[in-house]
Design a protein around this ligand. Structure first.
Ligand code: SAM
Length: 407
């Protein structure tokens, strides 16, 4: 294994970068999205499957990849914005709906030009860091113009996705770190770029994707993956997913501009509350609550005990808090796997794409704990395969942990 790991490279084709050129997959970017290529390779390998589940949907890579190939898919996420996005990405659009959206986009720009309507800016903290006055004014008018111009769910959803693309392109957000941060200067668009042209390009791009034909059907649900239930979801013969990693990545942090503009976040404390119910979340209140956290599912594992002890013993002032973070992460993941067992048919295959972590010099071998949990809850033929190096840190890798549900 060690010599294999030494040969592994970062393989950008196994990251979300691969998705940006793949039609609807490229509509909105999320740094921790995984690659369509990974999903396609697994679908090729398990081509006899009928129903595919992704319990950690994110931007819907699994669901969209599956239905494009004619599989039926169900996907769940705790974040309602991502479920809305995935529902829109996986819908079948008629040519009439696409044409209506193109007309509604043009009409929305007319409304903006004629200053017919204007929404208030969303309550984003230090909003002036995100957008200069002119672009912010444009976005406020465009946001309400889209509501006035679009008729029906299809064109409303497509224009809102285009709006999300535009708001990021007009912003000072940069993606050169693990997730979103701010650029030092103004937006990277050429100086003479008109915001209306940016939105026009974006809705035309989204409409091109909507016009693509897909074969299978998908349903996306707002759902807690620790409580998967056969009665509501049915059973599956293939699970392909990328759960949150134990790395303190906050999806809410990266998604907050979209979520505020579209009304999924309203009060400043909403973000922390949503991250607290998400597995692995640590935004705002979700971090301080870790101090009082108590195990819920009672998960224990020798490697986890060793790592959490080492974290507590480290000289870092956050060592004890982050030890609780890691313990809670695995308690939640164990809760997820326990509920997963009831929705996977005997002989069904599951594939988890997950990264390991380091805390204060101690490596947390998440992939091995996943493998042990799978064995414990009733999966056989457990295989752990390293697929890529994560970044410049030599210890960080991404793994596929795969297994078969016992009969
Ligand atoms: C690594 S991301 C998935 C990315 C996805 N594969 C993609 O390509 O976009 C993990 C997802 O798990 C979701 N999540 C976190 N806790 C959850 C829970 N308790 N139940 C369901 N989803 C959850 C997060 O909101 C996030 O979208």
């Amino acid at each position: 294994m060690v010599s294999d790991l030494k040969k592994l490279t970062q393989r950008p084709e196994y990251t979300q970068k691969f998705n940006s050129m793949s039609g609807r997959h490229g509509w909105l970017r999320l740094t921790p999205a995984y690659s369509l290529k990974i999903v396609e390779e697994i679908l090729n390998q398990d081509a006899m499957a009928e129903r595919v589940l992704d319990p950690f949907c994110g931007t819907g890579t699994t669901a969209l990849g599956s239905i494009t190939r004619g599989f039926d898919a169900v996907t769940t996420d705790i974040n309602p914005f991502l479920v809305w996005l995935t529902t829109a990405k996986t819908r079948h659009y008629s040519q009439e709906e696409v044409d209506d959206t193109l007309m509604a986009g043009a009409y929305a720009l007319d409304l903006v030009e004629n200053a017919v309507c204007c929404a208030d800016p969303p309550p984003i903290y230090q909003i002036e860091r995100w957008w200069g006055p002119a672009n912010l004014g444009f976005l406020c008018c465009l946001r309400s113009a889209i509501d006035m111009a679009s008729q029906g769910t299809a064109s409303s959803d497509l224009l809102k996705i285009a709006f999300c693309r535009t708001l990021i392109r007009l912003s000072n957000a940069a993606f050169n770190h693990q997730s979103m941060s701010f650029k030092q200067s103004q937006p990277m668009l050429p100086l003479d770029t008109n915001p209306a042209d940016t939105f026009r390009q974006d809705y035309e791009h989204v409409c091109d994707g909507a016009a693509e034909r897909i074969r299978g059907n998908s349903r996306a649900y707002v759902y807690d993956a620790r409580e998967l239930c056969q009665e509501t979801l049915g059973t599956f013969d293939l699970v392909i997913t990328s759960p949150p990693y134990a790395n303190r990545m906050s999806y809410i942090r990266e998604l907050r501009p979209y979520m505020y503009w579209l009304g999924y976040l309203v009060e400043p404390q909403d973000a922390g509350e949503m991250d607290w119910v998400a597995i692995g979340g640590t935004w705002g209140i979700a971090t301080s609550r870790l101090n009082d956290w108590q195990p819920y599912y009672g998960f224990e594992h020798p490697h986890l005990s060793d790592v959490s002890e080492a974290m507590r013993a480290s000289k870092n002032k956050n060592g004890a808090l982050l030890a609780n973070y890691v313990l809670k992460y695995f308690d939640d993941i164990f809760g997820h796997f326990r509920s997963l067992r009831s929705v996977v048919r005997p002989g069904g295959r599951v594939h988890y794409i997950v990264g390991n972590s380091t805390f204060y010099g101690t490596v947390l071998a998440t992939q091995n704990i996943y493998a042990d949990i799978m064995r414990e809850i009733g999966f056989d033929d457990v295989e752990v395969r390293a697929i890529r190096k994560r970044n410049s840190k030599k210890e960080l890798f991404e793994y596929a942990v795969s297994s078969t549900a016992r009969g």
